[in-house]
Design a protein around this ligand. Structure first.
Ligand code: FUL
Length: 471
């Protein structure tokens, strides 16, 4: 097997493939911090402060859907240890609050709202627990954590994401805990085999920052060691384990998957990136940030570089003390959704003649994986031309590889014809699941896309050319 064949043998698991197609989904940070105006609680907060009198997860879900998001992940328990559901394993839960006379369950209401409105539901359960007295006691705490995981993964229907945070500080007794990750994973796989385990888990990789940035070349095929990067950085806080540190791949490294990086690796895995960031400066709601909701331009930029940069986009929106999204956030989400829908509404290719120097490019007209374009055998380049009978204004191009055949394309060029000759208007590197190519309203009758390097025969599951999307 050639080196390139070895690279392109690595393909997504079915659950990763389904997950990637969600593209854009919400994070909801909500706990006692919402009431204390803090980002990290210390575990000593009284459950009595939790009084979201107008709580309405349906309002969240409707707003999230208006932005075009297809799932929602709730912080069922953050580092403070307060559980948004009545866990049997601790008293530090909604059951000890006066909200709904202690009979409320935020997780249940949220899961039901997601189900009712047809979006996926996922859970964030912080391994770091600053309230639990068992924390730092090894197996006793793991039993507790697994007990809570089991509740969340059995009582609330289908879960699409289990988001495991790497933060690992001291518990109430000053001790730190070595998390038994393998045990957690096996519980998740048994109870929710279709759920992806994100960040400190084997399915979805943290992109390496919380600001919303993606790499120019975001690779989904990376060294297996990258999977441990978060866990190792947490473990190295505990010890001077030199061997462990040597194995470390930093999730923040600028290059995780070029040929040069992969060449010396024995084991490669499919491990796609997720971009997580908040619509405001903080993860939790703070009144002082009501006027600091990110602008539409900023969100569009992050969207284009995450969903359109071979990553998924997890956008946090924090509910207020009422238990509702603030009107400023609701408005921005609706604007974002409108922008996305308008931009990708009309594919200019519907009125174009398509041709390619090899393979059947017609197969890339429909956004599905049943039919796809592939160049003829043993080629690692492709030229595709779209031609209109009269000039069109092109604002952006969407390219999608068939990731079921791995990630292959390493570089491409987009050209537009002006006065009878082609001029380069964009030069890109990887495509992967999706690449959104922004163009500055190019007016032309012919667009030429040249895939200039590919690990093996290039594929395209979809090609779309659109009018709008000026950033
Ligand atoms: C971090 C946490 O410490 C933050 O509070 C937040 O939940 C973020 C998504 O992950 O590790």
């Amino acid at each position: 097997m050639t080196y390139d064949e070895r690279l392109t043998k690595i393909v997504p698991h079915e659950r990763q493939f389904r997950f990637q197609q969600l593209e854009f989904y919400a994070f909801i940070h909500f706990t006692v911090n919402t009431f204390t105006d803090r980002e990290w609680g210390d575990g000593s907060e009284s459950p009595l402060i939790f009084t979201p009198e107008r709580l309405d997860p349906e309002q969240w879900v409707k707003a999230v859907k208006s932005a075009g998001m297809r799932g929602l992940i709730l912080t069922c328990k953050h580092h403070d240890g307060f559980c948004l559901w009545p866990s049997r394993f601790t008293e530090h839960t909604v059951a000890a609050s006066t909200w709904k006379d202690g009979r409320g369950d935020v997780v249940r209401e949220t899961a039901s709202a997601c189900k009712k409105h047809g979006i996926k539901f996922g859970v964030y359960l912080s391994p770091w627990d600053r309230n639990c007295s068992l924390y730092g006691q090894g197996r006793a705490y793991d039993d507790f954590f697994v007990g809570q995981l089991t509740e969340l993964l059995t009582d609330y229907g289908e879960i699409f994401s289990v988001w495991l945070d790497g933060a690992c500080g001291e518990g109430p007794n000053g001790k730190k805990q070595y998390y038994d990750w393998e045990r957690y994973y096996s519980v998740i796989r048994t109870l929710q085999p279709n759920a992806c385990i994100s960040v400190c888990g084997p399915d979805i990789r943290w992109c390496g920052n919380e600001a919303g940035h993606t790499r120019v070349s975001e690779w989904s095929v990376v060294p297996e060691r990258a999977k441990d990067s978060e866990i190792i950085s947490e473990k190295s806080q505990h010890s001077d384990d030199a061997e462990f540190r040597q194995r470390k791949v930093d999730a923040r490294d600028s290059d995780l998957g070029s040929r040069a990086v992969l060449e010396s690796e024995n084991k490669l895995i499919w491990y796609p990136a997720e971009v997580n960031t908040s619509i405001r400066p903080g993860w939790f709601w703070h009144e002082s940030e009501d006027d600091r909701v990110r602008s539409l331009e900023e969100l569009v930029h992050i969207y284009n570089h995450s969903v359109g940069g071979n990553a998924t986009f997890l956008l946090n929106i924090p509910p207020t003390r009422d238990g509702l999204f603030h009107e400023n956030d609701v408005k921005r989400l609706a604007e974002l959704g409108e922008y996305i829908r308008n931009t990708f509404r009309t594919n200019l290719l519907e009125n174009a003649v398509l041709s390619s120097d090899s393979g059947n490019i017609e197969a890339a007209r429909t956004d599905d994986y049943r039919e796809y374009y592939i160049s003829s055998k043993d080629r690692t380049t492709a030229e595709i031309i779209a031609e209109w009978s009269s000039p069109v204004t092109v604002g952006c191009i969407v390219l999608k590889e068939n990731i079921l055949c791995s990630q292959r394309v390493e570089s491409f060029i987009v050209e537009a014809e002006f006065d009878g000759g082609f001029t380069e208007v964009y030069r890109g590197t990887v495509i992967g699941y999706k690449r959104i190519v922004p163009l500055k309203n190019v007016v032309t009758k012919r667009i030429r896309i040249k895939i200039t390097d590919s690990r093996t025969e290039p594929t395209l599951a979809f090609l779309g050319i659109y009018e709008g999307n000026e950033e």
